[in-house]
Design a protein around this ligand. Structure first.
Ligand code: ADP
Ligand code: MG
Length: 355
């Protein structure tokens, strides 16, 4: 590798790290910032190169700057945990690792910044997914166990039905058959989403239009579904049927929440540099389903993605759990925020490479 292509190569590596990397000279002026650093501090390298450390970090305590000087002078590496940065947009808690390096004789300070809040959020996300997966495995096992005897039960009831002399008694066999059918369809729904997706390139707005039509037909006439689409969203590699099912479950909930009169907005946007779990995606589609219904009951909010959690008398509590597993099979994520009059379900679907 020649020196200039080696330099580009190393820059690419630095830009693909998940942590911010900054390099300061002896006077604590910034000489390098990698791409995650630009994203973390919401700045462009061009703007901030040459700025003093305080202008980049906005640290609230002076100790940080002293540590940076100390690191430069001592030649030893130094870590500060839970440093609060009062960035203009929002405060942020970070861990900072400072390592002095020598560049052709002049001392420099290499600073790695890890966002603590983000790590917390991701590990919570991972934990939640692990818990949900465990619950789902349990349910799937249970569903399988129920499925087999159920067929036998229904068959036997049918035979009995034919043999019964009195019409009155047949009422009972009819109940057995109907209830087995209901259980059967419940069990089928519990077992359904583990089919591997058949992915093809599709237009997310065609998926959403189908969902909109289905919901509009079911919902009372006082419920309006408004589209707010970003037509520039590129094609997405996915399983159309599964995505329709997943989004339908969410929009249907919104329609049920607003009741006879209300507004549902389906909004699409492109998002850049989205992290889902530990994977970074350059590009993702964000689909928001917003309703102006009463909101999710606070005691349910943390559990609604679990199977069998429902706030409705006639609910199964499977809709969101199925939606989430379908979306995660597409490498995506569903989030939810809710207050009375404004409930937002956000679906992130990675676009392009590795989706
Ligand atoms: N848009 C919404 N507004 C208010 N509550 C909601 C909304 N979406 C979901 N919920 C709550 O989450 C629960 C779980 O939803 P879901 O998994 O689809 O199961 P089900 O619809 O069968 O109850 C619902 O019963 C409801 O209480
Ligand atoms: Mg539902």
């Amino acid at each position: 590798m020649n020196p200039s292509s080696a330099a580009t190569f190393y820059c690419r590596i630095l830009d693909n790290l998940s942590d911010a990397v900054l390099l300061f000279d002896e006077a604590l002026s910034l000489v390098y910032i990698n791409m995650p650093g630009e994203i973390l501090f919401a700045v462009s390298a061009r703007q901030v190169l040459g700025s003093k450390a305080q202008q980049v970090f906005f640290f609230s305590d002076q100790g940080m700057e002293e540590d940076m000087h100390r690191g430069l002078a001592s030649g030893a590496s130094l870590t500060r945990r839970n440093v609060v940065l009062s960035l203009p947009l929002h405060p942020m808690t970070v861990n900072v690792i400072m390592t002095p390096v020598l560049d052709e004789g002049s001392p420099m300070l290499l600073v790695e910044v890890q966002q603590v809040d983000r790590h917390l959020r991701i590990s919570m996300e991972e934990q939640l997914l692990a818990q949900q997966n465990a619950a789902k495995m349990l349910l799937r096992g249970l569903a399988h166990e129920i499925k087999n005897p159920l067929g036998g039960l229904r068959g036997a009831a049918q035979l009995l039905d034919q043999e019964l002399p009195e019409q009155e008694l047949r009422e009972y066999t009819r109940i057995i058959i109907e209830e087995s059918d209901r259980l059967q369809s419940l069990v089928d729904r519990m077992l359904a989403p583990n089919k591997p997706p058949h992915k093809s390139l599709l237009n997310i707005h065609r998926v959403l239009e189908r969902v909109r039509q289905l919901v509009q037909v079911e919902a009372p006439s006082g419920v309006t579904v408004i589209r707010d689409y970003d037509p520039s969203i590129p094609g997405l590699l996915g399983d159309g049927d599964q995505l329709i099912q997943a989004i339908l479950n969410i929009v249907r909930n919104a329609a049920q929440a607003v009741g006879t009169e209300g507004k549902i907005v389906i909004r699409t946007r492109i998002h850049r540099q989205v992290t889902i779990g530990y994977r970074r995606h350059a590009l993702a589609a964000k689909i928001d389903v917003i309703d102006d219904g009463p909101g999710i009951k606070p005691e349910l909010l943390n559990q609604i993605f679990y199977p069998m959690v429902t706030g409705r008398a006639e609910g199964t509590g499977l809709g969101l759990s199925i939606a989430q597993s379908l979306i995660s099979q597409h490498g995506g994520l569903v989030e939810c925020a809710s207050k009375p009059g404004n409930t937002v379900f956000s679906i992130f679907l990675p676009l392009g490479e590795g989706a």
